[in-house]
Write a protein that binds this ligand. Structure first.
Ligand code: SAM
Ligand code: ZN
Length: 323
């Protein structure tokens, strides 16, 4: 278990090598991280509450709370079925729009064979399971919530080689240049503007040259979207918060994403706004998973929005420049 547990991991504070001894991981400088056994495996806890801001504290509390957490509301049987069906349902063209977008963007990345993956804010692991199955790679899923990591370990499909640990986006327990692809979906808008910048610095550090970051982020540039319209009509009472701690000031503007990416040495290869008015309307009020052709039609109606980067969220690919 020892070698397997520490594989790909370093101390998040000084990036030194880790050793597993007596139920914990420790580095040469004496930083110690508890190891916990769960679902036939083990996970390390790299989090440090003394470094949490209010966003991190809220995220951990939300996802540790089984009552409030929409992921733990699903039974493990449902989850296992979801994992199994994910790829095949795509073939029938009827998965949730977000999943469809992520899947096709992931396929377009052209990663090396058996890529090393890292997912930040992996929750129950569903996207990392699929990404590794599709790419033949494997890696590490990190989440600030131990309950989320435990769900991921419980939901691991047979033969899955991914590891899951408790960790923070702003202090990745992963070595410099050691990852081919970083994934993070619906997480960066929960970090605060300073936390977002620090997470981007960390992503740039851990990516190998030519490696790719694939993110889906809730956007500040949401003029004329369904959410913004609802916000206007309701005097701000609805249209932002869906109970996961969303705060408009933490959302990321596409231009800010581009600027921060450039600052940390990532070049944005692709950025596209999604979920404008009609696509969002369909997802919320018509079907949770519109058929692909219907989604494409609605997306066309939203063209005047996404053409100018307006949308409830955006998908971006940023690559680490090769030296
Ligand atoms: C909205 S959920 C998204 C989960 C999943 N990626 C998806 O797209 O369905 C946000 C996840 O990010 C995690 N998270 C929030 N802040 C984090 C941080 N600073 N570091 C690591 N994980 C974080 C939360 O615990 C939660 O599981
Ligand atoms: Zn250390």
């Amino acid at each position: 278990m020892t070698a397997e547990t520490t594989e790909g991991l370093v101390c998040p504070r000084d990036h030194g090598a880790l050793q597993a001894v007596e139920g914990e991981l420790s580095c040469a400088a004496g930083h110690r991280f508890p190891l916990r056994r769960w679902a036939g495996g083990a996970f390390a806890d790299f989090s440090d509450e003394t470094t949490f801001d209010s966003n991190a504290a809220l995220q951990r509390a939300t996802y540790d709370d089984g009552q409030a957490n929409r992921y733990s509301g699903q039974g493990q049987d449902d989850k296992a079925r979801f994992m199994r069906d994910f790829v095949s349902r795509r073939v029938r063209g009827r998965v949730k729009a977000k999943e469809q977008l992520l899947l096709s963007a992931f396929r377009d990345l052209r990663l090396p064979p058996a890529p090393r993956l890292l997912e930040i804010g992996c929750n129950d692991g569903r996207y990392l399971f699929v990404a590794s199955a599709l790419s033949g790679g494997s890696g590490i899923g990190l989440d600030i919530s131990a309950a989320a990591v435990q769900q991921a370990l419980e939901a691991r499909p047979r033969g899955d080689r991914n590891a899951f640990h408790v960790g923070q986006a702003d202090r990745l327990p992963v070595g410099d240049g050691s990852v081919d692809c970083v994934l993070s979906f619906d997480v960066f808008e929960h970090l605060g503007q300073g936390g977002f910048e620090q997470a981007m610095r960390e992503v740039a550090r851990v990516l190998a040259p030519g490696g790719a970051l694939l993110v889906y982020v809730v956007s500040q540039n949401d003029r004329f979207t369904l959410h913004e319209t609802l916000r206007q009509i309701s005097g701000g009472r609805v249209g932002v918060d869906d109970g996961e701690g969303h705060r408009w000031e933490n959302f990321i503007h596409p231009d800010r994403f581009r600027a921060v990416a450039a600052e940390v040495g990532l070049s944005v290869a692709r950025l596209r706004a999604y979920h404008g008015f009609w696509t969002l309307f369909a997802e919320y009020y018509l079907y949770n998973a519109p058929p692909a052709f219907a989604y494409r039609l609605l997306d066309l109606l939203d063209y005047p929005l996404w053409r100018f980067d307006h949308g409830n969220g955006f998908l971006a690919v940023a690559r680490k420049e090769s030296p």
